[in-house]
Design a protein around this ligand. Structure first.
Ligand SMILES: [Zn+2]
Length: 499
């Protein structure tokens, strides 16, 4: 034990625990499943488990059961915390939260309750015990959760607080990561990374943690995202089990990756004793890779097979407009996801920072988003050739859909190059990242305006042809893009708090 006791105030053990915001997602999942189950007219698992017919009563029992069982086992964890550290709960609420005991107790309680309810629903025939089943379920969950908490917390505390003496003699010891875990002075077992005194995983961790120095609250946001992503995993898995449609595996992969990445990121950002373990950096890296892969495949699928994508989305919604636009939406979101997480994986996990590798990912991202935007752009009235067929006819003839798309795409890419080069030259790395999303607007707009301006100019000058259209559009788009990029750079230089 290195730190002093941190008593905190009432409720701090909950607020300062690692996974408080994850529980919001899991409570959502349980609530969602409860609704789903109670909607079944005849064969409801939950009505059978409790042997109660009123849906409202069952809902209330489920809600309070989860709540009570997530609180009760904390006592067992507190006892063990006292045994290992000599500190009481009220004397060291925050320290207790940092030890992870609060999280283990909460999850052991929830798991036990869900497990016992499941056993009663599936294996204990409905007639036995009558309404007494509710009492038995609660008592059984209570004892199971206490045992589970004591076992898991005991294992954890034994590893965390039992003092270790690390030998510092010999070469093998020199080539090992120098990170010491703060509660028992055990040394990280991983080999060092290149010339650094620490391992790859602790380097990853140090860089990600630096992001949070300016925004400590972001750890909570990350844990909330982990909860939402976990909800998405369960939801998509359920859809997959019902529809047996293999395409559900794509969002399952992406949202599993997102759960891993945000969960590990949040735990690391806390900078608590448990946050120091290399395990979190491994989990984070796996998550980032899964998101990049899942997002890329989703986006490619949406762009290459828009009709199949619409049929797939039809399983979820009847909203015609949403269905119609779904390939574009999935393409854009997936493209962004691949770009952001793909580059993150290259730069911050593999430490590949040369320009070409990063531009490779960037190019695929641009291509995906461009391909997804193109039909959207064509469908917007009054630009749409279907809505006003003669709009482009004077300069391009009848089949003008593809040429316009190509001209726009080239102009957009030229704007991107101007934008990225200017930002690279004038902004710091952090400012460059901060201006990433807004730069899309700063490049799309000049390309669109250039195209329109060129059209009016060409009619006025009685010119025609796609090459001239391209040349004039680009000539107009370049100064416009320089102006919007200038604005983006000024915006990026302003500190976030001053905005
Ligand atoms: Zn290490």
């Amino acid at each position: 034990m290195t730190t002093r006791p941190e008593p905190g105030r009432f409720g701090y053990a909950v607020l300062m625990s690692y996974t408080y915001f994850l529980s919001i997602g899991v409570f959502g999942i349980i609530q969602w499943f409860t609704d789903l189950d109670l909607k079944q007219a005849s064969s409801s698992y939950l009505r059978t488990a409790f042997s109660i017919d009123q849906n409202s009563t069952v809902s209330v029992i489920m809600f309070f059961g989860c709540y009570i069982l997530s609180v009760l086992p904390i006592g067992s964890a507190v006892q063990l915390y006292y045994k290992y550290t000599g500190r009481t709960y009220t004397g060291d609420r925050i320290g207790f939260a940092k030890s992870g005991g609060h999280d283990i107790a909460t999850w052991a309680g929830l798991l036990s309750f869900v497990l016992v309810v499941y056993v009663f629903a599936r294996f204990i025939p409905a007639g036995i015990l009558g309404v007494g089943r509710v009492v038995v379920i609660f008592v059984a969950s209570f004892f199971l959760s206490g045992w589970l908490t004591r076992t898991l917390t005991g294992l954890l505390y034994e590893a965390m607080y039992r003092p270790r003496l690390t030998t510092t003699f010999g070469l093998s010891s020199l080539l090992r990561c120098q990170i010491l875990y703060p509660t028992n002075y055990a040394r990280c077992p991983n080999p060092t990374y290149r010339i650094l005194p620490i391992c790859r995983w602790h380097r990853i961790m140090a860089e990600f943690r630096r992001d949070y120095q300016i925004a400590p609250w972001a750890a909570h946001v990350m844990m909330y995202l982990a909860g939402s992503s976990f909800f998405a995993v369960i939801f998509c898995s359920y859809q997959f089990s019902v529809t047996v449609d293999g395409r559900w595996l794509l969002p399952i992969v992406a949202s599993t990756g997102m759960t891993f990445a945000t969960f590990a990121d949040s735990v690391m950002a806390r900078n608590y004793p448990l946050s120091q373990y290399a395990l979190w950096a491994k989990m984070l890296s796996t998550g980032i890779l899964l998101v990049a892969i899942g997002a890329a495949i989703l986006a490619f699928y949406a762009v290459l097979a828009p009709d199949a994508t619409r049929a797939f989305v039809q399983q979820l919604t009847t909203d015609e407009r949403l269905i119609d636009w779904s390939p574009a939406l999935i393409g854009i979101i997936g493209g962004f996801g691949f770009g952001i997480y793909g580059r993150m994986f290259l730069r911050r996990v593999l430490f590949i920072r040369n320009r070409f590798a990063n531009w490779g990912v960037y190019g695929v991202q641009l291509g995906l988003i461009g391909a997804a935007l193109q039909p959207l752009f064509m469908n917007l009235s009054p630009i749409s050739p279907q809505n006003s067929p003669d709009f482009w006819t004077p300069i391009l003839g009848d089949s003008n859909l593809l040429p316009i798309g190509i001209v726009w795409f080239i102009a957009f890419n030229i704007c991107e190059i101007i934008n990225v080069r200017a930002r690279r030259a004038e902004l710091t790395d952090a400012e460059f990242k901060r201006t990433f999303e807004i730069s899309y607007g700063a490049c799309i707009l000049p390309a669109v305006l250039g195209l329109f301006a060129a059209r009016y100019l060409m009619i006025w000058l009685t010119l025609s042809g796609v090459v001239i259209l391209g040349a004039i559009s680009i000539a107009i788009a370049i100064p416009l893009c320089m102006a919007t990029t200038r604005w983006v750079i000024n915006w990026g230089r302003t500190p976030p708090l001053a905005r």
